[in-house]
Design a protein around this ligand. Structure first.
Ligand code: MD6
Ligand code: FE
Length: 153
């Protein structure tokens, strides 16, 4: 829905891409706050800092289909995500779309790292458990996903 950082993940009629500015205002995305960079440093095991933090709000019945994060040029950097607000059922598979999956409940404050062999595993959000948290005004779940997009250096 929006982004923080020097690159943001954008989708519009022209397709999907990372870009430095908001597609409507033309302004740069706000910086990734230090508190989020601190979490990245604590859990990623990867020295370069993320260039992109995607901010998604899940409201009333929103889901995210099974996908792999594979639009980053740096394919080795882990992807770190933080869940806030309502709990969600996260589905984690393997390298093949048709392979077996497991599901786990993510609650507010949980951090998921897809790194190493899991970096390119299929995953998605089956559903959000409405009313399970009062953190987000009006209800819902916010997911923050930090990624290194361009290869550092
Ligand atoms: C979500 N998360 O939690 C969707 N991707 O709303 C993701 O798609 C994701 O949690 C890569 C790494 C961790 C994730
Ligand atoms: Fe993902």
């Amino acid at each position: 829905m929006t982004n923080l950082g020097s690159l943001g993940w954008v989708s519009d009629q022209a397709g999907y891409r990372y870009q430095a500015t908001h597609p409507v205002t033309g302004l740069p995305w706000p910086a990734i706050p230090q508190a989020l960079l601190d979490i990245w440093a604590a859990v990623s095991g990867y020295a370069p800092l993320p260039q992109a933090c995607l901010v998604n709000l899940y409201q009333q019945g929103a889901k995210m289909g099974l996908h792999r994060d594979e639009n980053e040029e740096d394919r080795d950097a882990p992807v770190v995500s933080i869940s806030l607000g309502d709990s969600a059922i996260f589905r984690l598979g393997g390298p093949e779309r048709s392979g077996p999956t497991t599901s786990l409940k993510l609650t507010s404050g949980d951090v998921v790292v897809l790194g190493g062999s899991s970096r390119h595993f299929y995953h998605g959000i089956d559903r959000v458990l409405a009313g399970s948290s009062s953190l987000v005004q009006g209800g819902g779940r916010i997911n923050l996903t930090m990624r290194v997009v361009r290869r550092p250096g």
